[in-house]
Design a protein around this ligand. Structure first.
Ligand code: DQA
Length: 152
């Protein structure tokens, strides 16, 4: 039986976390985000698989790679949140629950950030909590999937 894992996907420009608009996104790096996710999931004996890309098709392929094997997905699709039917369609095929995360409060920002192609297919949406949002999302996935982890 392969290790249980949560897939954590980050979209374009999130590789620049820590230096990108720190007043909006904070000073933590993507490595800090991935460490936080690993520690949070690890406390429950769950692993993580992480992937960041600036390319829409690569994000679609990552979803396809883990769609039937991941316990659930944590996705910050960044700008693709507001534009990508392709990423939405891929995430609509996953077996486990989806948690959508945004570091900033997108609802307090420009109008074009208010619409998400993912929110209505997500089990939950966390915005404006900084990188702690990833921890909340993983905790929620653990709650949502705990019945499954018992029979693994
Ligand atoms: C973001 C918000 C998006 O609107 C933006 O395009 C991002 C990051 C966030 O985490 O706050 O790149 O998803």
């Amino acid at each position: 039986m392969p290790e249980k894992f949560i897939a954590v996907l980050n979209g374009p420009n999130l590789n620049l976390l820590g230096t990108r608009q720190p007043l909006i996104y904070g000073s933590d790096t993507l490595a800090d985000v991935e460490r936080l996710c690993a520690e949070t999931a690890g406390a429950y004996g769950i692993g993580i698989e992480t992937f960041q890309s600036n390319h829409e098709g690569e994000l679609v392929e990552a979803v396809q790679r883990w769609r039937t094997t991941a316990l659930g997905f944590v996705v910050n699709a960044a700008a693709y949140t507001h534009t990508s039917v392709a990423i939405r369609d891929a995430l609509a095929t996953i077996d486990g629950p989806l948690m959508e995360v945004h570091i900033s409060n997108v609802h307090a920002r420009e109008e074009f950030r208010h619409h998400s192609y993912l929110s209505d297919i997500a089990s939950g949406v966390i915005v404006g909590c900084g990188i702690e949002g990833y921890r909340f999302a993983i905790e929620r996935l653990v709650t949502l999937t705990s019945h499954r982890s018992q029979d693994a």
